[in-house]
Design a protein around this ligand. Structure first.
Ligand code: 13P
Length: 251
């Protein structure tokens, strides 16, 4: 079912003390009822974040995981390990993972399957770079990303999947997609899902927008009919701006 969701992707920010302080500050804020709120601290702070948010409406996501179940993969973290510390969601396919760590559709397809297999919810990120948009190829790029990583899955898998459209040119740049550009792409994503699966699934999948969402533009973006929420980077690192974004949701 489509549901209003605002998630903060903290990326490689916040040490142990900063992470605890940010969560404590968020717990003091009045976060709008009816909007699901999630934060994604770095791996080393996940267990503490799960404990700290236990009696709050905030849930905790990881930013990545390995595609293997266990074994000799030095430095890596499995989905089962995330589950074992109480994490129930993982962000996969973020453009920074794609750009700096060589993650492609084939690898992401494996990661998504591994996450679903251990019962994690997946926030699957995708989106075009500026050259693709200038060349008018943004719909084709998004279609290929969805097909390559997700379209082998059965329909039932989408009970555990949230989509996050993040145009790479809007991430950390201050240049947001206009509400019309976000709506246009989100509607396209639903039509692409309907062609692969069916209308019912396409209408029910939750699709977040990410890329320079700030308190002053959140309401307009979240007000678009096919935008169900946001994946927030920079503005999620301060309790007041993240709260303002959550509370901008028109519910
Ligand atoms: P910014 O909100 O900093 O543009 O980052 C968006 C993002 O990458 C969220 O995953």
């Amino acid at each position: 079912m489509r549901r209003p969701l605002v998630a903060g992707n903290w990326k490689m920010n916040c040490d142990k003390q900063e992470s605890a302080a940010l969560i404590a500050a968020l717990k003091n804020e009045q976060l709008k009822d009816g909007v699901e709120v999630m934060v994604a601290p770095t791996f080393v702070n996940l267990a503490a974040a799960v404990d700290q948010t236990a009696s709050s409406k905030i849930s905790v996501a990881a930013q990545n995981m390995n595609q293997h179940a266990s074994g000799a993969y030095t430095g890596e973290i499995s989905g089962a390990m995330l589950k074992s510390v109480g994490v129930d969601t993982v962000i996969l396919g973020h453009s920074e993972r794609r750009a700096y760590f060589g993650e492609d559709e084939a690898l992401l397809a494996e990661k998504v399957k591994a996450a679903l297999a251990v019962g994690l919810q997946v926030i699957f990120c995708f989106g075009e770079v500026i050259e693709d948009r200038r060349a008018g190829k943004h719909f084709d790029v998004v279609a290929a990303q969805l097909k390559g990583a997700l379209y082998d899955l059965e329909e039932s898998a989408y009970e555990q999947i949230v989509l996050a459209y993040e145009p790479v040119w809007a991430i950390g740049t201050g240049e947001t997609a206009t509400p019309e550009q976000a709506q246009e792409m989100h509607a396209y994503i639903r039509s692409n899902m309907a062609a692969r699966y069916n209308d019912n699934l396409a209408q029910n999948v939750t699709i977040l927008y990410g890329g320079s969402v700030k308190p002053n533009n959140a309401a307009e973006i979240f007000g678009q009919p096919d935008v169900d929420g946001g994946l927030i980077g920079g503005a999620s690192l301060k309790a007041d701006s993240f709260t303002a974004i959550v509370n901008a949701f028109p519910v």
